[in-house]
Write a protein that binds this ligand. Structure first.
Ligand code: ARG
Length: 391
Protein backbone atom coordinates (compact mmCIF):
# COMPACT_ATOMS: atom_id res chain seq x y z
CA UNK A 1 0.00 0.00 0.00
CA UNK A 2 1.38 3.43 -0.86
CA UNK A 3 1.00 6.03 1.83
CA UNK A 4 1.87 9.69 2.18
CA UNK A 5 2.10 12.19 5.04
CA UNK A 6 0.85 15.67 4.12
CA UNK A 7 1.67 18.80 6.10
CA UNK A 8 -1.87 20.12 6.31
CA UNK A 9 -3.23 23.55 7.19
CA UNK A 10 -6.88 23.11 6.32
CA UNK A 11 -6.71 25.88 3.71
CA UNK A 12 -7.45 25.64 0.02
CA UNK A 13 -4.08 24.39 -1.26
CA UNK A 14 -3.51 21.61 1.22
CA UNK A 15 -7.17 20.52 1.14
CA UNK A 16 -7.02 20.16 -2.62
CA UNK A 17 -3.81 18.16 -2.19
CA UNK A 18 -5.66 15.31 -0.47
CA UNK A 19 -7.76 14.14 -3.45
CA UNK A 20 -4.88 15.04 -5.79
CA UNK A 21 -2.51 12.72 -3.95
CA UNK A 22 -5.00 9.91 -4.53
CA UNK A 23 -6.15 10.70 -8.04
CA UNK A 24 -2.95 12.00 -9.62
CA UNK A 25 -0.29 10.23 -7.61
CA UNK A 26 -2.10 7.00 -6.86
CA UNK A 27 -1.62 7.00 -3.08
CA UNK A 28 -4.04 4.70 -1.23
CA UNK A 29 -3.67 6.40 2.10
CA UNK A 30 -3.25 10.09 2.87
CA UNK A 31 -2.24 10.99 6.42
CA UNK A 32 -2.65 14.65 7.33
CA UNK A 33 -0.70 16.51 10.00
CA UNK A 34 -2.06 19.81 11.25
CA UNK A 35 0.33 21.72 13.47
CA UNK A 36 -1.10 24.31 15.84
CA UNK A 37 1.35 27.22 15.88
CA UNK A 38 -1.23 29.65 17.20
CA UNK A 39 -3.41 30.16 14.13
CA UNK A 40 -7.05 30.95 14.97
CA UNK A 41 -8.97 28.15 16.70
CA UNK A 42 -11.59 28.29 13.95
CA UNK A 43 -8.93 27.44 11.33
CA UNK A 44 -7.82 24.44 13.35
CA UNK A 45 -11.38 23.26 13.82
CA UNK A 46 -12.13 23.72 10.13
CA UNK A 47 -8.93 21.85 9.28
CA UNK A 48 -9.85 19.00 11.60
CA UNK A 49 -13.33 18.73 10.13
CA UNK A 50 -12.07 18.75 6.57
CA UNK A 51 -9.35 16.24 7.35
CA UNK A 52 -11.94 13.91 8.89
CA UNK A 53 -13.96 14.21 5.71
CA UNK A 54 -11.08 13.88 3.23
CA UNK A 55 -8.07 12.13 4.79
CA UNK A 56 -7.54 8.54 5.91
CA UNK A 57 -5.77 9.42 9.10
CA UNK A 58 -5.33 12.79 10.78
CA UNK A 59 -3.02 14.15 13.47
CA UNK A 60 -3.28 17.52 15.25
CA UNK A 61 -0.21 18.61 17.14
CA UNK A 62 -0.31 21.50 19.59
CA UNK A 63 3.16 22.99 19.09
CA UNK A 64 2.37 26.48 20.41
CA UNK A 65 4.60 26.34 23.50
CA UNK A 66 7.43 24.77 21.54
CA UNK A 67 6.98 27.40 18.83
CA UNK A 68 7.37 30.18 21.39
CA UNK A 69 10.32 28.62 23.16
CA UNK A 70 12.33 27.26 20.26
CA UNK A 71 11.43 29.70 17.48
CA UNK A 72 10.02 32.99 18.75
CA UNK A 73 12.29 33.56 21.75
CA UNK A 74 15.42 33.06 19.62
CA UNK A 75 13.86 35.35 16.99
CA UNK A 76 13.31 38.12 19.55
CA UNK A 77 16.89 37.77 20.79
CA UNK A 78 18.09 38.02 17.18
CA UNK A 79 15.74 40.92 16.29
CA UNK A 80 14.73 38.62 13.44
CA UNK A 81 13.56 40.67 10.51
CA UNK A 82 13.86 40.55 6.74
CA UNK A 83 13.98 43.65 4.57
CA UNK A 84 12.59 45.67 7.44
CA UNK A 85 9.65 43.57 8.62
CA UNK A 86 9.56 41.04 11.44
CA UNK A 87 9.85 37.48 10.17
CA UNK A 88 6.57 35.60 10.49
CA UNK A 89 5.77 32.74 8.14
CA UNK A 90 9.39 31.70 7.75
CA UNK A 91 9.96 31.07 11.42
CA UNK A 92 7.15 28.51 11.76
CA UNK A 93 7.80 26.42 8.65
CA UNK A 94 10.71 24.30 9.86
CA UNK A 95 8.76 23.39 13.01
CA UNK A 96 5.66 22.42 10.99
CA UNK A 97 7.84 20.40 8.61
CA UNK A 98 9.61 18.62 11.45
CA UNK A 99 6.27 17.58 12.98
CA UNK A 100 5.25 16.03 9.66
CA UNK A 101 8.59 14.21 9.62
CA UNK A 102 7.92 12.93 13.16
CA UNK A 103 4.60 11.45 12.06
CA UNK A 104 6.21 9.90 8.98
CA UNK A 105 8.81 8.25 11.24
CA UNK A 106 6.18 7.08 13.71
CA UNK A 107 3.95 5.57 11.02
CA UNK A 108 6.84 4.26 8.90
CA UNK A 109 5.60 6.22 5.86
CA UNK A 110 8.23 7.07 3.26
CA UNK A 111 6.49 9.88 1.35
CA UNK A 112 6.18 13.49 2.50
CA UNK A 113 4.02 16.12 0.82
CA UNK A 114 3.43 19.83 1.20
CA UNK A 115 1.00 22.22 -0.46
CA UNK A 116 3.37 25.03 -1.44
CA UNK A 117 3.56 26.47 -4.90
CA UNK A 118 6.68 26.67 -7.04
CA UNK A 119 6.81 30.46 -6.81
CA UNK A 120 7.31 31.09 -3.13
CA UNK A 121 9.72 30.52 -0.28
CA UNK A 122 7.71 27.97 1.63
CA UNK A 123 8.56 25.08 -0.72
CA UNK A 124 12.23 25.68 0.13
CA UNK A 125 11.60 25.87 3.87
CA UNK A 126 9.60 22.62 3.94
CA UNK A 127 12.00 20.77 1.73
CA UNK A 128 15.11 21.86 3.61
CA UNK A 129 13.66 19.73 6.43
CA UNK A 130 11.92 17.00 4.40
CA UNK A 131 14.96 16.26 2.25
CA UNK A 132 17.11 15.57 5.30
CA UNK A 133 15.13 12.31 5.60
CA UNK A 134 15.18 9.38 3.18
CA UNK A 135 11.58 10.08 2.17
CA UNK A 136 10.35 10.99 -1.28
CA UNK A 137 9.15 14.59 -1.41
CA UNK A 138 5.92 15.44 -3.22
CA UNK A 139 4.78 18.97 -4.05
CA UNK A 140 1.50 18.65 -5.97
CA UNK A 141 0.89 22.38 -6.37
CA UNK A 142 4.28 22.86 -7.98
CA UNK A 143 4.44 19.61 -9.91
CA UNK A 144 0.95 19.93 -11.42
CA UNK A 145 1.40 23.67 -11.99
CA UNK A 146 -2.06 24.51 -10.65
CA UNK A 147 -3.72 27.91 -10.81
CA UNK A 148 -5.91 29.13 -7.98
CA UNK A 149 -9.08 29.34 -10.07
CA UNK A 150 -8.63 25.71 -11.10
CA UNK A 151 -8.13 24.72 -7.47
CA UNK A 152 -11.32 26.47 -6.38
CA UNK A 153 -13.26 24.60 -9.06
CA UNK A 154 -11.63 21.26 -8.21
CA UNK A 155 -12.30 21.81 -4.51
CA UNK A 156 -16.01 22.44 -5.20
CA UNK A 157 -16.20 19.25 -7.29
CA UNK A 158 -14.75 17.33 -4.35
CA UNK A 159 -17.18 18.76 -1.83
CA UNK A 160 -14.57 20.96 -0.17
CA UNK A 161 -16.28 24.18 0.88
CA UNK A 162 -13.70 26.89 0.24
CA UNK A 163 -13.74 30.15 2.14
CA UNK A 164 -11.91 31.87 -0.72
CA UNK A 165 -14.01 33.34 -3.48
CA UNK A 166 -13.29 35.44 -6.53
CA UNK A 167 -14.11 38.50 -4.41
CA UNK A 168 -12.02 37.40 -1.39
CA UNK A 169 -9.24 35.46 -3.05
CA UNK A 170 -6.62 36.07 -0.36
CA UNK A 171 -4.04 33.47 0.46
CA UNK A 172 -3.47 33.74 4.19
CA UNK A 173 -0.82 32.31 6.44
CA UNK A 174 -1.24 32.81 10.15
CA UNK A 175 0.56 31.86 13.31
CA UNK A 176 0.81 33.27 16.81
CA UNK A 177 3.38 35.84 15.69
CA UNK A 178 2.24 37.07 12.31
CA UNK A 179 -0.49 37.05 9.68
CA UNK A 180 0.35 37.22 5.99
CA UNK A 181 -2.09 38.13 3.23
CA UNK A 182 -1.30 37.63 -0.45
CA UNK A 183 -3.06 37.32 -3.77
CA UNK A 184 -5.98 38.74 -5.71
CA UNK A 185 -5.81 42.46 -6.40
CA UNK A 186 -2.97 42.80 -3.88
CA UNK A 187 -0.74 41.44 -6.64
CA UNK A 188 -0.98 44.90 -8.21
CA UNK A 189 1.59 46.76 -6.10
CA UNK A 190 -0.20 50.05 -6.73
CA UNK A 191 -3.54 48.77 -5.42
CA UNK A 192 -4.13 50.00 -1.86
CA UNK A 193 -5.18 47.11 0.39
CA UNK A 194 -8.83 47.22 1.41
CA UNK A 195 -9.51 47.30 5.18
CA UNK A 196 -11.10 43.84 4.93
CA UNK A 197 -7.73 42.09 4.52
CA UNK A 198 -6.82 43.01 8.10
CA UNK A 199 -8.10 40.93 10.98
CA UNK A 200 -5.67 41.51 13.83
CA UNK A 201 -5.38 45.28 13.60
CA UNK A 202 -7.74 48.22 13.56
CA UNK A 203 -7.06 50.93 11.06
CA UNK A 204 -4.47 53.29 12.61
CA UNK A 205 -6.88 56.13 11.86
CA UNK A 206 -9.56 54.49 14.02
CA UNK A 207 -7.28 53.34 16.82
CA UNK A 208 -7.80 53.65 20.57
CA UNK A 209 -6.43 56.58 22.61
CA UNK A 210 -2.72 56.45 23.43
CA UNK A 211 -1.67 53.71 25.86
CA UNK A 212 1.54 52.75 27.62
CA UNK A 213 2.65 49.16 28.10
CA UNK A 214 5.64 48.02 30.10
CA UNK A 215 7.54 44.93 28.94
CA UNK A 216 9.93 43.09 31.24
CA UNK A 217 12.86 41.17 29.73
CA UNK A 218 15.17 38.55 31.19
CA UNK A 219 18.16 37.44 29.12
CA UNK A 220 16.60 38.94 26.01
CA UNK A 221 13.29 37.19 26.44
CA UNK A 222 10.02 38.96 27.37
CA UNK A 223 8.71 37.70 30.71
CA UNK A 224 6.19 40.27 31.93
CA UNK A 225 3.56 42.72 30.80
CA UNK A 226 2.68 45.70 32.98
CA UNK A 227 4.35 44.08 35.97
CA UNK A 228 2.56 40.76 35.62
CA UNK A 229 4.74 37.74 34.90
CA UNK A 230 3.38 35.48 32.19
CA UNK A 231 4.54 32.84 29.75
CA UNK A 232 5.39 33.81 26.19
CA UNK A 233 2.22 32.38 24.69
CA UNK A 234 0.03 34.46 26.98
CA UNK A 235 2.17 37.58 26.62
CA UNK A 236 2.25 37.49 22.82
CA UNK A 237 -1.50 36.82 22.71
CA UNK A 238 -2.24 39.81 24.96
CA UNK A 239 0.11 42.11 23.06
CA UNK A 240 -1.47 41.14 19.73
CA UNK A 241 -4.81 42.12 21.20
CA UNK A 242 -3.62 45.42 22.73
CA UNK A 243 -1.36 46.40 19.83
CA UNK A 244 -4.05 45.50 17.30
CA UNK A 245 -6.45 47.96 18.92
CA UNK A 246 -3.88 50.68 18.30
CA UNK A 247 -3.38 49.67 14.67
CA UNK A 248 0.21 48.65 15.44
CA UNK A 249 2.12 46.25 13.17
CA UNK A 250 0.84 46.56 9.64
CA UNK A 251 3.34 46.04 6.82
CA UNK A 252 2.79 46.63 3.12
CA UNK A 253 5.95 46.04 1.11
CA UNK A 254 7.72 44.68 -1.92
CA UNK A 255 9.68 41.67 -0.76
CA UNK A 256 12.55 39.85 -2.46
CA UNK A 257 11.83 36.15 -2.34
CA UNK A 258 14.64 33.62 -2.21
CA UNK A 259 14.10 32.69 -5.87
CA UNK A 260 14.59 36.33 -6.82
CA UNK A 261 10.96 37.16 -7.55
CA UNK A 262 9.74 40.42 -6.09
CA UNK A 263 6.35 40.06 -4.44
CA UNK A 264 3.84 42.44 -2.86
CA UNK A 265 3.38 41.34 0.71
CA UNK A 266 0.99 42.44 3.44
CA UNK A 267 1.37 41.48 7.07
CA UNK A 268 -0.05 42.12 10.53
CA UNK A 269 2.12 41.51 13.57
CA UNK A 270 1.27 43.81 16.50
CA UNK A 271 2.97 41.89 19.32
CA UNK A 272 6.05 41.31 17.20
CA UNK A 273 6.38 45.02 16.43
CA UNK A 274 6.06 45.97 20.09
CA UNK A 275 8.41 43.27 21.36
CA UNK A 276 11.13 43.83 18.78
CA UNK A 277 10.93 47.59 19.27
CA UNK A 278 11.29 47.15 23.01
CA UNK A 279 14.02 44.53 22.73
CA UNK A 280 16.19 46.58 20.38
CA UNK A 281 15.81 49.57 22.65
CA UNK A 282 16.87 47.62 25.71
CA UNK A 283 19.89 46.25 23.87
CA UNK A 284 21.02 49.82 23.29
CA UNK A 285 20.97 50.41 27.03
CA UNK A 286 22.97 47.35 28.05
CA UNK A 287 25.26 46.28 25.19
CA UNK A 288 28.52 47.99 24.37
CA UNK A 289 28.88 49.97 21.16
CA UNK A 290 31.15 47.26 19.75
CA UNK A 291 28.64 44.56 20.61
CA UNK A 292 25.79 46.50 19.02
CA UNK A 293 27.69 47.08 15.78
CA UNK A 294 28.70 43.45 15.54
CA UNK A 295 25.33 42.10 16.57
CA UNK A 296 23.58 43.94 13.73
CA UNK A 297 25.61 41.77 11.35
CA UNK A 298 24.90 38.62 13.34
CA UNK A 299 21.18 39.43 13.43
CA UNK A 300 21.21 40.00 9.70
CA UNK A 301 22.91 36.65 9.02
CA UNK A 302 20.51 34.90 11.44
CA UNK A 303 17.49 36.47 9.75
CA UNK A 304 18.67 35.55 6.29
CA UNK A 305 19.04 31.87 7.27
CA UNK A 306 15.65 31.94 9.03
CA UNK A 307 14.01 33.54 5.99
CA UNK A 308 15.44 30.85 3.73
CA UNK A 309 14.42 28.09 6.15
CA UNK A 310 18.05 27.04 6.58
CA UNK A 311 17.83 26.61 10.33
CA UNK A 312 19.71 23.31 10.13
CA UNK A 313 22.78 24.97 8.63
CA UNK A 314 25.44 24.75 11.35
CA UNK A 315 25.92 28.51 11.08
CA UNK A 316 22.47 28.97 12.60
CA UNK A 317 23.54 27.25 15.83
CA UNK A 318 26.85 29.15 15.80
CA UNK A 319 25.00 32.45 15.56
CA UNK A 320 22.55 31.41 18.27
CA UNK A 321 25.47 30.67 20.59
CA UNK A 322 26.81 34.19 20.09
CA UNK A 323 23.35 35.71 20.48
CA UNK A 324 22.61 33.78 23.70
CA UNK A 325 25.89 34.95 25.20
CA UNK A 326 25.09 38.55 24.24
CA UNK A 327 21.65 38.35 25.81
CA UNK A 328 22.81 37.51 29.34
CA UNK A 329 22.73 41.21 30.19
CA UNK A 330 19.55 42.04 28.31
CA UNK A 331 17.45 42.36 31.47
CA UNK A 332 15.12 45.18 32.40
CA UNK A 333 11.99 47.11 31.60
CA UNK A 334 10.91 49.04 28.52
CA UNK A 335 7.95 51.38 28.42
CA UNK A 336 6.27 51.42 25.00
CA UNK A 337 3.79 54.03 23.84
CA UNK A 338 1.09 52.77 21.48
CA UNK A 339 -0.82 55.22 19.34
CA UNK A 340 -2.24 55.54 15.81
CA UNK A 341 -0.36 52.56 14.41
CA UNK A 342 2.93 53.29 16.18
CA UNK A 343 4.76 51.56 19.02
CA UNK A 344 7.68 53.61 20.26
CA UNK A 345 9.93 53.16 23.27
CA UNK A 346 9.56 56.07 25.70
CA UNK A 347 11.44 54.72 28.74
CA UNK A 348 13.85 51.94 29.69
CA UNK A 349 15.73 50.72 32.77
CA UNK A 350 18.05 47.84 33.58
CA UNK A 351 20.21 46.53 36.41
CA UNK A 352 22.77 45.85 33.66
CA UNK A 353 22.67 49.27 32.00
CA UNK A 354 25.96 50.64 30.70
CA UNK A 355 24.38 54.04 31.12
CA UNK A 356 25.95 56.28 33.78
CA UNK A 357 23.80 59.27 34.54
CA UNK A 358 26.38 60.69 36.95
CA UNK A 359 28.88 60.91 34.07
CA UNK A 360 26.72 61.96 31.17
CA UNK A 361 24.57 64.54 32.96
CA UNK A 362 24.79 68.22 32.03
CA UNK A 363 24.65 68.88 35.75
CA UNK A 364 27.44 66.60 36.92
CA UNK A 365 31.15 67.10 37.51
CA UNK A 366 32.08 63.43 38.05
CA UNK A 367 34.15 63.59 34.86
CA UNK A 368 36.48 66.45 34.15
CA UNK A 369 35.42 67.84 30.76
CA UNK A 370 38.97 69.04 30.22
CA UNK A 371 40.14 65.41 29.88
CA UNK A 372 38.34 65.21 26.53
CA UNK A 373 40.51 67.95 25.05
CA UNK A 374 43.44 65.67 24.11
CA UNK A 375 41.00 63.17 22.55
CA UNK A 376 39.39 65.95 20.52
CA UNK A 377 42.76 67.03 19.17
CA UNK A 378 43.30 63.67 17.47
CA UNK A 379 39.68 63.25 16.32
CA UNK A 380 39.52 63.65 12.53
CA UNK A 381 43.33 63.83 12.43
CA UNK A 382 43.85 62.31 8.98
CA UNK A 383 41.30 64.54 7.29
CA UNK A 384 43.19 67.53 8.64
CA UNK A 385 46.49 66.15 7.37
CA UNK A 386 45.00 65.83 3.91
CA UNK A 387 43.55 69.30 4.01
CA UNK A 388 46.92 70.72 4.93
CA UNK A 389 48.56 68.96 1.96
CA UNK A 390 45.97 70.17 -0.54
CA UNK A 391 45.94 73.79 0.55
N1 ARG B 1 6.23 36.04 1.69
C1 ARG B 1 6.16 35.58 3.01
C2 ARG B 1 7.29 34.66 3.30
O1 ARG B 1 7.85 34.11 2.38
C3 ARG B 1 4.83 35.01 3.42
C4 ARG B 1 4.28 33.86 2.65
C5 ARG B 1 3.02 33.39 3.30
N2 ARG B 1 2.13 32.68 2.48
C6 ARG B 1 0.85 33.06 2.22
N3 ARG B 1 0.12 32.23 1.56
N4 ARG B 1 0.33 34.18 2.60
O2 ARG B 1 7.62 34.47 4.44
Amino acid sequence: MSEVVLAYSGGLDTSVCIPLLRERYGFDKVVTVLVDVGQPKTDIERGNLRAKQLADEHYVIDARKEFVKTCLFPLIKANGSYEGYVLGTAIARPLIASKAVEIAKKTGIKNLAHGCTGRGNDQLRFEAIFRATDCRVIAPMRELDLAREWEIEYAREHGIDVPVSKERPWSIDENLWSRSIEGGRLEDPYFEPPEEIYEWTRSPSASKPTQLVEIGFEQGVPVSLDGIRMDGLELIGQLNQIGGEHGVGRTDMIEDRVLGLKARENYEHPAATILLGAHRDLEHLVLSRAELRFKVMVDEAWSELAYMGLVEDPLFADLNAFIDQSQKRVNGLVKMKLFCGSAIPVGRQSPDALYAQDMVSFDSQTLSQKDAEGFAKYHGFQARLLKRKCS
